[in-house]
Design a protein around this ligand. Structure first.
Ligand code: AMP
Ligand code: MG
Ligand code: MG
Length: 323
């Protein structure tokens, strides 16, 4: 007889359903037309109504089901009562059927830290670059990112097939029930699912980086890598998806600004398919609950050929980015 699912697999199965619900909220806020934009630290550091609602939805849904988890989300939670409509109680059955990697089978709820980015790529969301947006739920154990879920609410948004689909349903706007979006999930030692793994052609060096948070250091670092092409897109989740789908060979961000909730889930998906994500010095990122939130020494991530990029980071750039 099959044994009952472990805490980790139950958590991933719940996070999957919760991330799907989050995707519907992200689409609903756009469909309703009032983004409720607030500047946090500056004009490129924004929060919308979707960031706020999804933060409440994910953190409250997880906390109700797993009260001993440590949950660290990007946005502040309001003290008031949570609207029941935001709570997701489901769990994705396909995940519950998967075996838990043996090294994680004895993990207890209180040993896990969950890093939540309710909406990654907020700047792009406000500018209508909707397929840049992701919802990120990363799960860490003993300081290491071990499981993660990424929902991309507008996957296929600019795809012709979906345009036809929307037209055929007389639903030109991405309404709450449009057939849009996807959910990617992974666990180290088990794999990553919900997408087709693809690599950039051998010998091509395509770098993906920030479009809203550029700096001289970022430019210096990329120039030293002598790429064939540079893509500037929003979102840490979106850039990792580009790596696993053969659109870019390296994600290079030689700057502070990116936080632990930006990298935790994406790092797991990348590592689960044999890629590597570190800071710009090559150090692994730490995800224990006491760690500072900022990835002060930037991000360097690849699916393959990590050493090609790591060996080309200029010493001046390394000197400027203190871990
Ligand atoms: P980007 O590649 O610019 O989309 O950044 C990836 C993630 O890091 C997003 O969640 C950004 O909001 C965050 N981020 C990067 N740089 C900064 C910054 N200078 N200020 C605030 N957030 C940043
Ligand atoms: Mg983010
Ligand atoms: Mg965010």
């Amino acid at each position: 007889m099959a044994s009952s699912p472990t805490v980790l697999m139950r958590l991933v199965a719940s996070a999957y359903s919760i991330a799907q619900k989050a995707g519907t909220i992200v689409r609903r806020v756009i469909a309703e037309g009032d983004l409720g934009i607030i500047e946090k630290t500056c004009a490129t550091d924004l929060q919308t109504k979707a960031d706020r609602l999804v933060q409440v939805s994910i953190c409250s849904s997880l906390a109700r089901k797993f009260p001993k988890l440590t949950i660290i989300g990007e946005e502040d939670l309001p003290p008031e009562d949570v609207d029941q409509e935001l709570i997701e109680d489901g769990q994705w059955e396909e995940i519950l059927k998967q075996p838990c990697p043996s090294q994680y089978s004895a993990i207890k709820e209180e040993d896990l830290v969950v890093w939540v980015d309710p909406l990654d790529g907020t700047k792009e969301y406000t500018e209508g670059l909707l397929d840049n947006v992701t919802v990120l739920i990363g799960i860490a154990y003993e300081g290491k990112a071990i499981a993660g879920v990424i929902n991309q609410p507008y996957y296929n948004y600019q795809n012709d097939e979906n345009q036809k689909l929307r037209e055929s349903r007389n639903d030109a706007k991405a309404g709450p029930d449009a057939v849009l979006g996807r959910t990617i999930w992974g666990v180290l030692g088990l794999g990553a699912f919900g997408f087709q793994l693809k690599e950039v052609p051998a010998g091509k060096h395509i770098i993906t980086t920030t479009r809203s948070h550029n700096s001289q250091l970022v430019t210096d670092c990329i120039t030293a890598m002598n790429p064939d092409d540079v893509l500037r897109v929003g979102g840490a989740g979106n850039k990792i998806i580009q790596l696993i789908e053969g659109k870019a060979s390296a994600y290079v961000f030689a700057s502070p600004g990116c936080k632990k909730w930006d990298t935790c889930a994406p790092e797991v998906i990348l590592h689960a398919v044999g890629g590597k994500l570190t800071d710009i010095h090559g150090n692994a990122l730490q995800y224990n609950k006491e760690v500072k939130h900022m990835n002060s020494a930037g991000v360097l991530a690849t699916l393959r050929n990590y050493d090609y990029y790591a060996s080309r980071v200029p010493q001046s750039v390394k000197n400027a980015l203190v871990p």
